[in-house]
Design a protein around this ligand. Structure first.
Ligand code: G3I
Length: 370
């Protein structure tokens, strides 16, 4: 079990209440988000629930509303791109931490936790790993480069980043096989264990995650992630957590399935997190109907996490529909986040907040009704 860093962080947040202060939420110094008329932020609701609520961050420096809105509602942050290999080591041997450092300053000056994303990730269609890495075919050369990369990046933020996605998307994006990515092909299936051992050595206190997409539903794909995690743990690999990305693009979160999957992985003795949540407008009907459906979906997602003791954080992949990767990949109109284009709270915001509050305390295991 490896709960300490995050639990410690929650303690700090409770004590300091530095994030998202809203006097309406405080009574005699205590947060009481369930009281009538109290209008808590997401961060305040999360503190009350005993979890972290995070968002992906990106640079929108010309938008004066972006940072204040982020700080208001979140107590954890993940850079959407600046900690990926292509950003931190764009040329072989040349590291660039300018963007990542800027986010660290933002996080630290606002008492926020940080998830580091990500150390080893190769997807043919995406740009996360530079070509000079993909060109290496000699195992010892790639092994040495991967070691240097992980030691340098994790070492730089040692003690400051509480969780790292060490290996991202070890499964094929479609299907349920292990993805034979470049690292697998050159180093063999042991590349995952090697990466975790390196990260462990570089920051012994960071919680180290496997992070995977499309595993919130029951089925062969989830089973493959379960078996992989189990196998790594049996080998003694220091996997401390499993991240369920939670891009709900093809189907909405199903409370029972998501909760069961989180529980099954947690039973292996690791923490679990929702790491990249966005839930597009699902279903049919007019806009109001679809927004209401999205409210329920956010409620179910948050409630499922809160129902599982080892689910300690949910990170959204952005927070305002003004900025979402989904627009640039799939076109506009999916509106997957809890604030709208103008930073106004959508029904999804209230669903998420209600899920955080409903899912804690005595209602912790109550399934939400539709
Ligand atoms: O940096 C260039 C910029 O110079 C240029 O002006 C711009 C023009 O489109 O493109 C910029 O790069 C894009 C970058 O996002 C901007 O942040 C890349 O082309 C684009 O591929 C990149 O996409 C990111 C993608 O990961 C690949 O790294 C998305 O923003 C990011 O949301 C997405 O996140 C992934 C997670 O890391 C892993 N799980 C899935 C998730 C969604 O795909």
């Amino acid at each position: 079990m490896h709960y300490e860093p995050i639990v410690r962080r929650i303690g700090i947040l409770l004590l300091a209440s530095t994030v998202a202060s809203s006097s309406a939420c405080k009574q005699d110094g205590e947060l009481d988000c369930r009281a009538d008329g109290v209008d808590c932020t997401l961060a305040e609701a999360a503190v009350q629930a005993g979890v972290l609520v995070g968002t992906a961050y990106n640079e929108f420096r010309d938008d004066p509303e972006y940072i204040p809105a982020l700080i208001n509602d979140f107590n954890s942050v993940t850079h959407e791109g600046a900690m990926k290999w292509a950003a931190t080591q764009p040329e072989r041997g040349v590291f660039d931490f300018e963007r990542a450092d800027r986010m660290m300053e933002l996080a630290e000056s606002n008492g926020m936790s940080v998830r580091g994303h990500t150390l080893v990730w190769e997807q043919a269609s995406l740009d996360a790993t530079p070509d000079y890495v993909l060109d290496i075919t000699d195992p010892e050369e790639l092994r040495a480069l991967m070691a240097d990369h992980i030691r340098t990046v994790v070492g730089r933020y040692r003690g400051r980043i509480d969780a790292w996605d060490v290996v991202n998307e070890p499964l094929e994006t479609a299907g349920s096989e292990i993805y034979e990515n470049h690292f697998y092909q050159v180093l063999g299936p042991g590349y995952i264990a090697e990466a975790f051992a390196l990260a462990r050595e570089a920051d012994p206190n960071a919680t180290l995650f496997l992070n995977e997409v499309l595993v919130s539903s029951a089925g062969a794909r989830f089973d493959a992630l379960f078996e992989l995690t189990k196998d790594l743990l049996e080998q003694g690999v220091p996997v401390h957590g499993v991240g369920f990305q939670g891009h709900f693009l093809t189907k909405p979160p199903i409370y029972d399935e998501l909760r069961a999957n989180l529980e099954r992985i947690a039973a292996l003795g690791v923490v679990v997190e929702l790491t990249e949540v966005d839930i597009i407008l699902h279903g049919t009907g007019d806009e109001a109907t679809r927004l209401e459906r999205q409210r329920q979906d956010y409620f179910d997602m948050a409630s499922a996490c809160l129902a599982v003791e080892a689910c300690e954080r949910m990170t959204l992949w952005g927070f305002t529909d003004r900025y979402t990767w989904i627009d640039s990949f799939f076109g506009a109109g999916f509106a997957p986040l809890p604030l709208d284009d103008d930073y106004a709270r959508k029904p999804a915001y209230f669903g998420l907040r209600d899920g955080l509050l409903n899912g804690s305390g005595s209602n912790k295991t109550t399934a939400p009704t539709r």
